[in-house]
Design a protein around this ligand. Sequence first.
Ligand code: ZN
Length: 453
Amino acid sequence: MNFHRLAVFCVCWAVSSSEMQRPEDDPDKDALRYDGFVVLEMTLTSDLQVKLLTDLKEEVRRKEEHGTTTIEEWTGSINKERPFSLLLAPKVAPDVLMLCHKEGIQYEIVWNDLQSVIDLQNAEAVSSSKTDRDDGIAAQTSGMTWARYHRYSTIERYILALPVVHPDLVTIERLGLTYEGRQVWVVKLGKPRSDGIKKPAIWLDAGIHAREWISSATVTFMLNELVTKYTSDPIIRRLVDQVDFYVVPMVNPDGFEFTHQKERLFRKTRRVNPFNACIGVDANRNYDFQWQTERAELRPCEITFGGDFPYSEPENRALFEKVLDLKGDLKSFITFHSHSQLWMLPYGYTFDLTPDDAVVRDLAVNATNALRALYGTVFRVGTSPEILYTSSGTSRDFAKGRTQIKYVYTVELRDTGEFGFLLPAEQILPSGLETFEGVKVIALRIIEEFARN
Ligand SMILES: [Zn+2]
């Protein structure tokens, strides 16, 4: 035990001592504030309303400087099929409200001062980061908890501690450096079979979109459950014995750090775009499968800008090479986002269904039923065009279209828009627990279908 503790500390100090000295709750003094920003939930009933609101949005965004947030979708997208919500800067909100009154558009103000929600999201960090849970030695020695959102330095210390504390179950591998030079890690978790037979594998990743903090917190929680309960929980033992999990806890650490220090609602990577002042590429529009077939993905200042060419982002190159390496072994690929509570199947670029849609959909329904059984949280199942919007060049479409992995999903975690990207830290634990119930269903199916006895 003592040896483990010593070894973990040694590893940590060798990695990022400069980052370790920075207090975790210390955004820069010039961080963007969201005082008076409004979130408006709206219900449209006609094509004319859709057109008027879309035109207003386009007009406002054309005048934007350097991608400043003025108006953007918070939940869903502008449509007349289902309610959606918009994030509005104070200078834009009156114009949108005026349009609502003039056109008889139904709306509800969800938040009228987003900064106050941001201030509260990680409040747990100030009061206490302790729970009565025993999260194990890797978490304890790295300062990792699931009672608050942590900076990348802590997440990285935790990743580095895992193979030291659990050498029989875990190996880690560098996938590559980000644009700003941070390391992207993959954690391989699984007990090697004594007969040497190859196991089916499952891919889990999080944090491709910088502001979606709950995704990384949920995935690291599931990872920690798998390593710490291996000896005590028979289902977890079965999973770890029969499956190899490849887990990338943070795909876009540059963007993630930027959301902590400068701009909480930033989404993209931190690439400087040549000939354009807007920073970043939407890494989840940058894969080379049906790349940039949507209009917004061509413009650098849009939050869904797909880059100048596929795999322009080193974070994506790192991932796609590893996934291709594992082609044949991977039977499921699940990428975690937030928010909206959706369990989405391929594809995003088209309404056409994949040949095995029925079986992939059926498993998603089973997974979300198991998830719901814990706290009653409802996740909708469908393709992205069916239940959210069309999107192209995503990692989900790449995983299905380029590597033919069978069970591919994009999971949009809690909630349905109240807190959205600002989900309070107290919901990390329930999100982790319920999502793990869904993932267990997938993993058990993979064992049933692909593991050799
Ligand atoms: Zn996302």
